[in-house]
Design a protein around this ligand. Structure first.
Ligand code: ATP
Length: 236
């Protein structure tokens, strides 16, 4: 059966000042899916996430979230609808403790924030480090805290920008299990990943970007037949 579309993007264009970066992106994410956006450095993956969230200089086209048009809404209205972005640079407060980081994010979405007890169950490592400073955490713990913080906003649609970047394989596995658990709980996830192996174990569908456009889209069952193409376009 065809699940409802959570996100439907048509002809999305985005600019940073005079730089025209996205040239008409078409992409959709069904409710409860994990969708991975692939592409080489500079293809426009991060810009796509930022354009959905409303944090690029200028954007045009259509971004419908649960049928609601976001293209003219400011970031705070978009966040309130339950959309969140976990940026590549892992936005946590280095000078605050883990616990403070978890209690600081406002429960912006009407859908209701995830309880801290649920957060501790999802990220047992964080529970053990509640009074540690954010800046004292390992890269993997910082990534987990960054994801935990967006869950505390009550978002149900999560955009994760390269969550595995620079992390050890064992930590990457943990993050993978967390993403799979969030999917089981009904979260919808749009993932940007350079780590193709990691992405391929999690995603229901893939979109491939080149020069600010989507050049291919396929389901995980079609992955095998795409390997030649992906090797050419991404070098995987
Ligand atoms: P990466 O994996 O390197 O993050 P990406 O696919 O996410 O790659 P983007 O970060 O979206 O790519 O960058 C797309 C293009 O936009 C690049 O050419 C980049 O130099 C440019 N760009 C990114 N941020 C800005 C900015 N703030 N101002 C101007 N140009 C930018």
């Amino acid at each position: 059966g065809a699940a409802r579309l959570a996100l439907e993007i048509r002809g999305l264009q985005a600019w940073y000042n005079e730089s025209h970066i996205l040239h008409g992106v078409d992409l959709d994410v069904r409710e409860g899916e994990v969708v991975t956006l692939l592409g080489r450095n500079g293809a426009g993956k991060t810009t796509t996430l930022k354009a959905i969230m409303g944090i690029v200089g200028k954007r045009s086209g259509s971004v419908a979230f649960n049928g609601r048009e976001l293209i003219n809404l400011p970031i705070e209205r978009i966040a309130r609808l339950g959309v969140a972005l976990c940026p590549e640079e892992r936005a946590i407060f280095a000078s605050l403790t883990v616990k403070e980081n978890l209690f600081l994010p406002p429960a912006v979405a009407k859908t209701g924030a995830m309880s801290v007890d649920r957060i501790y169950a999802l990220f047992p490592n964080l529970r053990e480090r509640l009074s540690s400073g954010g800046g004292k955490l390992s890269g993997g713990e910082q990534q987990m805290l960054a994801i935990a913080r967006i869950l505390r906003t009550g978002a149900r649609f999560l955009m994760l920008d390269e969550p595995t970047e620079g992390l050890a394989p064992v930590i990457i596995q943990q993050i993978g299990r967390t993403i799979a658990e969030l999917k089981r709980e009904g979260f919808t996830i749009l993932l940007v990943e350079q780590n193709f192996r990691f992405a391929s174990t999690l995603a229901d569908r893939f979109f491939v970007m080149e020069h600010g456009r989507i050049v291919d889209a396929f389901a995980s069952v079609e992955l095998e037949g795409r390997m030649g193409f992906l090797h050419e376009t991404l070098g995987v």
